[in-house]
Design a protein around this ligand. Structure first.
Ligand code: ADP
Ligand code: MG
Length: 689
């Protein structure tokens, strides 16, 4: 008998109301929820590394620990517990940050397994913050009969061991897990790797890396299949919607371009043309405008808006931060107001909001630029025809949807949608994942842009190299960004914090105006600081990556990124894009603790091309991590990677076949409640509409 995946967890013998209550609290209600609660990782205690053969990287070692001592650092206020691990072959250093209990945890006569990363830090090789397990616990534990052990994410009162026990009681039932689609259908259609029953069994009871990998591959496939199917179905739905057709009038666009101090790049002209052609249609545009930082996306948005406004409609532009919204409002109103366009800014701190909203409702404002503040229900438009979303990956689905609903609610007509992003998405993925999305690419920068001179530097060279450079820029009355990984000191990592760095810089540069910025400050506090920085009232801004998003301060020409190894390539490039926005030569210093800079940092020294760097990033980090923000912000993929093109091809082929088969007989999807509920979640995402 196939298992009913939607039955409550209590239908498993061995799970009573008490366990159920704990599981429910962690969001696990049905058997399906439970089966898909997968190991975070696996630890392979069968293959430990002999200390005499240890190499940098992730390791498991087995040995005794001694010489434990705990100290405090004054500079960063950390507790450090250090010791020595020995086996028959050799000894290594071990270190924990802010885990003082480690000093008393161990019996020096017993063997332990230590799992962690063996790396160079502060000039010494050591095992940093490893997890530790008593060797006899592992060796006497016969669960699963092997030393390849799943590690489950801890949820509330439930530790990894708790999950392991539950799955053990279910072991025999795995064979009865049904496939997502009934076998007869799926065998005819699918090229999928294996069955779900096998895959889930292997995920929980893997005996080696290969089995764990095969399990993930199946689950990733299933996820992609659902996602792509959702996109396909959305496209069909989207084509049924109506939107306002805006007549193509290139002469109007020339009025504006003629007023510019510069000529549009060819890429900007092509993108504008593609957008205007879409606007002409009476089905909604769904287009992504992607272009490296500084490629000039704003003006393309402005020209598109102008055409819509001159045809008698309204446009809304949504930006992720107030400072960015007000910069857009400033540059777009100076571009369009001379031609009779009424532009208004609507952010949290906007005064006389209700009057402004009245004007928007009456159609007296043509172009509303704002943050999430413009999403509230009482912001109504008379004829919202184009929605533009800047840095679209910064927004959740719900926020995008709220904006789009503003048109549908009033008129029953869907708006055209233009999304902008500086994080490029490879072509194959655009096609597969955003089946319904058109893409315009700005692949050239405006003429005369100087690349940002980028240098890797170590902290010990600050006094000789970096500080004089900072003084040079400050003497030219130019400003500096100083990026830190963390807000305050904490355990785990020893990266420098905004707080500490600010204090330090205040000592080094006593006369300069230094301020700090981070994500935990209140929105208006953040805006106030950014505003002052933009006005030149702050010389050095110490900040987390919150400045990463599109702000334009052309007078800031130096950036220092502390602990640069802690960021992805694409993110470093995006951050670096905050400088070099004016005429002057800009520099970016990437600070590393390593003697030899990583490949990633070297690539940044070599290249300023975001598309090239995105490809390098893809190769260096492989699947999974690059579209981090995309995956986590918009597409909550648990297993699949948007960069695994082989799986994407297989999944999209299957999804297409499935769509075709069922397109002939409508409402077929309802026969597959599990599939259709999974797809519904994705459908909101992939349509972006
Ligand atoms: P991004 O694509 O990062 O959003 P922006 O739209 O903010 O880039 O443009 C960056 C800067 O380049 C702005 O100051 C803008 O006025 C300027 N710019 C845009 N297009 C051109 C062009 N074709 N030639 C010269 N400068 C341009
Ligand atoms: Mg921008």
């Amino acid at each position: 008998m196939p298992i009913n995946l939607f039955a409550p967890v209590t239908s498993i013998s061995g799970i009573g109301p008490k366990t159920e209550a704990i599981l429910n609290k962690t969001g696990i209600k049905t058997i399906r929820d439970l089966l898909y609660y997968l190991p975070r990782t696996y630890e392979n205690y069968a293959t430990t590394t002999k200390l005499s053969e240890i190499k940098p990287g992730k390791v498991i070692v087995r040995g005794k620990i001694s010489d434990l001592k705990t100290s405090h650092t004054r500079r960063r206020n950390l507790t450090i517990t250090e010791g020595v691990i020995r086996d028959e072959s050799d000894a290594i250093r071990v270190i924990w940050f802010n885990q003082p209990y480690r000093a008393k945890q161990f019996d020096k006569n017993k063997d332990y397994y230590f799992t962690g990363s063996y790396d160079l830090s502060h000039g010494k090789y050591q095992l940093t913050s490893p997890s530790a397990q008593l060797a006899s616990d592992i060796e006497n534990n016969t669960i699963g009969g092997n030393r390849y052990r799943p590690i489950y994410p801890v949820r509330g009162a439930f530790k990894s061991e708790g999950f392991k026990k539950i799955f053990e009681t279910l072991r025999a039932d795995f064979a009865d897990i049904p496939d997502l689609l009934p076998y007869s259908e799926s065998s005819a259609i699918f090229t999928k790797p294996g069955t779900r029953a096998e895959a889930l069994f292997k995920a929980h009871f893997a005996e080696n890396d290969a089995e764990a990998k095969a399990a993930r591959e199946y689950l990733a496939y299933e996820e992609l299949f659902e996602l792509i199917l959702a996109a396909n179905l959305n496209k069909k739905e989207n084509q049924k919607l109506k939107s306002e057709s805006v007549a193509f009038a290139p002469d109007r666009i020339k009025e504006i371009t003629g007023s510019l101090k510069f000529k549009l790049t060819n890429a900007q002209r092509l993108a504008t043309y593609e957008i205007l052609k879409d606007l002409e249609k009476d089905v909604p545009m769904n287009r992504l405008l992607q272009g490296d930082v500084g490629s000039g996306k704003t003006i393309v948005a402005g020209l598109s808006a102008y055409e819509v406004i001159k045809a008698g409609h309204q446009v809304a532009l949504l930006a992720p931060t107030a400072i960015l919204a007000s910069q857009h409002a400033e540059s777009l109103s100076s571009l369009l107001e001379p031609f009779g366009v009424k532009v208004a800014l609507l952010v949290g701190s906007t005064k006389h909001k209700s009057e402004l909203k009245k004007k928007i409702r009456k159609g007296e404002i043509d172009f509303v630029i704002g943050t999430h503040a413009l999403l509230t229900d009482d912001t109504e438009f008379s004829s919202l025809t184009l929605c533009i979303i800047d840095e679209q990956h910064r927004f959740g689905v719900n926020q995008r949807q709220k904006l789009l609903e503003k048109t549908v609610k009033n008129t029953g007509i869907a708006p055209h949608l233009l999304m902008m992003t500086a994080t490029p998405i490879p072509r194959s993925l655009q096609l597969a994942i955003f089946g319904d999305l058109e893409v315009s690419t700005l692949n050239e920068l405006p003429k005369g842009r100087q690349p940002v001179l980028t240098k890797v530097i170590r902290e010990i060279d600050f006094t000789d190299t970096l500080y004089p450079e900072v003084r040079n820029y400050l003497a030219k009355k130019q400003q500096v960004y100083w990026i830190c990984k963390k807000i305050t000191e904490s355990g785990q990592s020893d990266a420098v914090s905004v707080k500490k760095q600010t204090e330090k810089l205040q000592k080094v540069f006593q006369k300069e105006r230094i301020a700090f910025l981070h994500g935990r400050m209140k929105p208006d506090e953040k805006d106030a600081i950014m505003e002052r920085f933009a006005k030149g009232e702050i010389d050095i801004l110490v900040s987390t990556t919150v400045v990463e998003v599109g702000v334009n301060v052309p007078n800031a020409n130096l950036m220092v990124i502390m602990d640069a190894d802690g960021y992805g390539l694409a993110q470093l490039h995006q951050l670096r894009g905050r400088v070099g926005r004016g005429q002057d030569l800009a520099k970016c210093f990437l600070v590393t603790g390593n003697d030899e800079p990583s490949r990633r940092l070297k690539e940044l020294e070599k290249s300023n091309d975001g598309f090239y760097l995105a490809e390098v990033d893809l190769k260096l980090r492989g699947p999974g991590e690059i579209y981090g923000s995309l995956q986590h912000g918009a597409l909550n993929l648990q297993f699949a990677s948007l960069t695994d093109s082989r799986l994407i091809v297989a999944a999209s082929r299957d999804a297409r076949k499935f769509t075709d088969v069922f397109a002939k007989t409508p409402n077929q999807l309802e026969k597959y409640p599990e599939l259709s509920s999974c797809i519904k979640q994705y459908q909101q995402l992939t349509t972006l509409n």
